[in-house]
Design a protein around this ligand. Structure first.
Ligand code: ATP
Length: 252
């Protein structure tokens, strides 16, 4: 479905953010992209959603294909229409609009006809009953977890073939992180493929089929999620494993 081949990305002339990154997402798969701060996760998503130029970045080599179509140079709007939809980090919802208005705007932005949008909205309410209860409420008054659900709901309004999730667990309490994991599994169960970008490796590996680990802009490991979850070396080096002991033996 998605095929990224030997992708190189630079910002300006001096920053190389991705080097030789290759990965794929098959139909019906959940694939996680893991990595610490600065590993290149957001850069990868920007390349996929066509927004790199807005951040001063450019693809200098490699290719991105979605369902057989070359995406390089394609506008973000056309990429959305092709079914590659991102739910951005930081929950960029419209806080001054109601919950329902946020969903309406998302559908209009993706070119979903008004009559059809009501049907799609029903599926979002089914997935997030708490949002339906708060449909009239200003989105800015939702809790952090509810705002994250709304951000995912907005992306679903565009009827993704492949949903790109940018750190959906960021800043959430552990219980909410579990809820986000359960929602991803449910979205997958309903037939949408997912590329999940996360720092929370435990949650991401628990809900993914496969994972790719980025370090300093390159792929340092890839494989079935359960294999990566069981790798002590990966956990300690790249995935935020057990903290190193201090000299007196207590964790740092
Ligand atoms: P985080 O989890 O902190 O968001 P990340 O894995 O998403 O990190 P990126 O934001 O993709 O990492 O950053 C990868 C590299 O590119 C870093 O060295 C970063 O400083 C650099 N970078 C990111 N955005 C820009 C930009 N707009 N201009 C210049 N350099 C950038």
């Amino acid at each position: 479905m998605l095929k990224v081949t030997q992708l190189h990305v630079r910002y300006g002339t001096s920053v190389t953010a991705l080097t030789d990154v290759s990965l794929g997402v098959g139909e019906g798969e959940v694939v996680a992209v893991l990595g610490a701060n600065g590993a290149g996760k957001s850069t990868l998503l920007r390349a996929l959603s066509g927004t790199l130029p807005h951040h001063g970045g450019q693809v200098t080599r490699g290719s991105i294909e979605f369902e057989g179509r070359d995406l390089l140079g394609v506008s973000p709007r056309r990429i959305v229409r092709a079914g590659l939809i991102q739910s951005p980090e930081g929950r960029r919802i419209f806080k001054g609009l109601s919950v329902e208005e946020n969903l309406r705007v998302a559908a209009a932005g993706a070119g979903i006809p008004t009559r059809h949008a009501a049907t799609v909205r029903r599926t979002v309410w089914d997935l997030f009953p708490r949002l339906e209860q708060r449909r009239e409420q200003s989105a800015g008054l939702l809790s952090g977890g509810e705002q994250q659900m709304l951000a995912i709901g907005r992306a679903l309004m565009a009827q993704p073939r492949l949903l790109l999730l940018d750190e959906p667990s960021l800043g959430l309490a552990p219980q909410m992180v579990d809820s986000v994991g359960a929602i991803i599994e449910e979205i997958h169960r309903r037939g949408t493929s997912v590329l999940l970008v996360e720092q929370n490796a435990a949650m991401a590996l628990a809900v993914s089929d496969r994972a790719v680990v980025l370090a300093s802009g390159s792929v340092c490991a890839t494989g079935p999620a359960d294999h990566l979850a069981a790798s002590d070396e990966l956990r300690d080096l790249y995935l935020g494993g057990t903290p190193a002991p201090t000299l007196d033996g207590a964790p740092q």
